[in-house]
Design a protein around this ligand. Structure first.
Ligand code: TXA
Ligand code: MG
Length: 314
């Protein structure tokens, strides 16, 4: 059975105890819910791959409470330090060289010499990390390839019975996974996400390289089909075709909308919940169409997720 834990001291203590016992606990972050495991335990980390049905070559992000805790497991170069100073805690993941003595299970980084690390801002995530007192490996808390969870109920829809507990912190404020950057020596964007590219470039004082080719799954949800609802997905739609559920944005009105006022922050926060809702309305074998979303700010990450939702399924 999967327990739902309340966001209070008792719930945090229970969640930390379960992590310490090598169990899986889903918890809220400002981006999406993570499926947490003790990153030092091969067994606990193996359970994450098993619960998600995740290909074992796709490594996990390690969550830590602050930069000092990150420095205990990874080498923080100059660009990493600048980005950490500007955006941690927050929706940014950095890929850094792993320290040999870090004590992180090799299953976390799937055998790579680097490790992806993130300091989340969400108050419950912070409290859980401090109560647990160790590194927490956490991918998004959804079955591999499916839509990411932004509420505790989404976690239970996908993983109930496969994990020990979910800490219920209500809806996630950002709603898109973290932006992933390889910061040093030359910064490269590996996955667009909840921190806009423009903000990164402003902090670094120059452009980022673009990485993360879908044909080379070295990183991020880089397997092309991802976030896949049951229904088929069409993009750049301005009108619903017969039998389609249209998801609007700004001036394009549909049965549902990402943001009536065309606000990208609101659209990001609503994206995954709306994708689930549209999937339910479309029904088995149904079709969903999405209105165009501008390719700026959080729009880049929204479009990245929509393109993956629309990609041919394996
Ligand atoms: O917002 C988020 O990032 C959420 C919350 C829970 O923190 N987590 C998340 O994890 O989205 P996940 O596993 O769904 O995506 C992590 C991505 C993977 O696609 C993986 O390929 C990439 O991070 N990654 C992990 N370690 C890496 C590494 N050493 N080098 C390059 N990419 C890495
Ligand atoms: Mg994911």
């Amino acid at each position: 059975m999967t327990d739902t834990l309340e966001p209070d001291d008792a719930g945090i203590a229970k969640a930390a105890g379960l992590l310490g016992a090598g169990q899986l606990v889903a918890f809220p972050t400002e981006t999406v819910y993570g499926l947490g495991a003790d990153a030092r335990s091969d067994l606990a980390v193996a359970k994450v791959y098993e619960a998600k049905g995740r290909p074992s070559f796709n490594p996990l992000i390690v969550h830590l409470p602050d930069l000092a805790a990150v420095e205990a497991i990874a080498i923080v170069g100059p660009n990493a330090r600048a980005l950490a100073g500007a955006f941690w805690p927050g929706p940014l993941t950095l890929v850094l060289p792993l320290r040999a003595d870090a004590g992180i299970s090799p299953l976390v980084s799937a055998g790579l010499t680097t490790v992806a690390v993130r300091v989340p801002e969400h108050a419950l995530a912070q409290r859980l990390l401090r109560a647990f007192g160790g590194p927490v490996a956490a991918p998004s808390a959804n079955p591999s390839g499916r839509v990411s969870p932004t509420r505790a109920s989404h976690v239970l829809e996908g993983l109930s019975g496969r994990i020990a507990a979910v800490l219920d912190g209500g809806p996630c404020a950002v709603g898109l996974e973290s932006t992933i950057v390889l910061p040093d020596p030359d910064p490269v964007l590996l996955r667009p996400g909840g921190l806009p590219l423009e903000a990164l470039e402003a902090a670094l004082g120059g452009p980022l390289g673009m990485g993360g080719d879908a044909d080379k799954p070295t990183s991020p949800g880089q397997l092309m089909s991802h976030y896949a609802p049951a229904a088929g997905v069409r993009l750049e739609a301005t009108q619903a075709r017969v039998g389609e559920i249209l998801v609007g944005f700004g001036p394009v009105k549909g049965a549902l909308t990402l943001s009536e006022s065309g606000d990208l922050v609101e659209a990001a926060a609503h994206l995954f919940q709306t994708l689930r809702e549209a999937d339910r309305l479309a029904g088995p074998g149904g079709h969903i169409a999405f209105a165009p979303v501008p390719e700026t700010g959080l729009g880049r990450a929204i479009n990245d997720r929509l393109r993956r939702a629309a990609a041919p399924r394996p």
